[in-house]
Design a protein around this ligand. Structure first.
Ligand code: ATP
Length: 251
């Protein structure tokens, strides 16, 4: 479903990403790992349309997207979270999920002004979908609380719910376990697996928490200093000499 080939991204004199290729198939969890500064987030920013890559191709369901802006890419069914949570802090938890669907729901200003039956039906569907996902991520009791007052782990779950109300086929998660305690990480683990198994969503994940990555990934791509180092199953990666060396080098 996602096919990234020979991706390069240059910032002035720095080649931050140099020849990275990644595939994500239907209902697959693929992780990108690598030491700090390896280029993982830059790969994400290219895939999700935040950056135009300096070279390489990116195809989503066969369609070239490497020159497409991010809002168009999300309409094609690929959405992302960010390394640092980006919510509307002064809106309620529920409002955050309604705003995320607004572009899809409120297409026609006139139908909104006159509250046509069609408009009301779509508003109701958006509300139902928001409540559904709040239940799923255990945040329903906080629906009317301002998002900025949620604990950090709850904000991370709200971010995932915000992605899911737009009914994506491919979800990009940038370090979703960062800052979570062990119990929250276990909950995140089962949430991600459920997105794949119960909702047919494919997942591309950047994560430093190795037990999470090893436990849920179907395949892993390792990058080091912008370059691809290895691709394989968790078992293959765990035993890969070059990978072990790159990580030991960091420590
Ligand atoms: N907008 C930018 N302008 C200039 N250099 C950048 C930019 N974004 C990233 N870089 C550089 O590119 C390299 C790769 O950074 P990137 O954030 O992609 O790494 P990462 O693997 O995601 O790191 P981490 O695991 O610490 O989040 C780094 O040297 C970084 O300083």
């Amino acid at each position: 479903m996602l096919e990234v080939r020979d991706l390069c991204m240059r910032f002035g004199g720095l080649l931050a990403v140099d020849g990275v290729s990644v595939d994500v198939h239907e209902r697959e969890i693929v992780s990108i790992i690598g030491p700090n500064g390896a280029g993982k987030t830059t790969v994400f920013n290219c895939i999700s349309g935040f950056y135009q890559p300096s070279a390489g191709t990116i195809k989503l369901e066969g369609q070239a997207i490497e020159r497409m802006p991010d809002f168009k890419i999300s309409r094609l069914g690929m959405v992302r979270t960010f390394q640092h949570v980006r919510l509307f802090n002064s809106m309620t938890v529920l409002e955050n999920l309604l705003v995320a669907q607004h572009r899809r729901v409120n297409r026609n200003l006139l139908s909104g002004l006159f509250m046509t039956p069609n408009y009301r039906r779509r508003e109701q569907e958006a509300q139902d979908r928001a409540v559904y996902w709040l239940k799923k991520v255990n945040l329903l009791e906080f629906a009317n609380r301002e998002a900025g007052y949620l604990a950090y782990g709850q904000q991370r779950r709200l971010e995932i719910a915000r992605c899911m109300v737009s009914q994506p086929r491919l979800l990009l998660l940038d370090e979703p376990a960062a800052g979570l305690n062990p119990r929250e990480t276990r909950e995140l683990d089962s949430l991600i697996v459920s997105l794949k198994e119960d909702y047919n969503v494919s997942i591309l994940l950047i994560e430093h928490d190795m037990s999470l990555v090893m436990g849920i990934s179907d395949r892993i791509t390792v990058v080091n200093q912008g370059r691809p180092l290895a691709t394989g199953t968790p078992e293959e990666i765990r035993g890969n000499e070059a990978v072990i060396k790159a990580y030991l080098g960091e420590a």
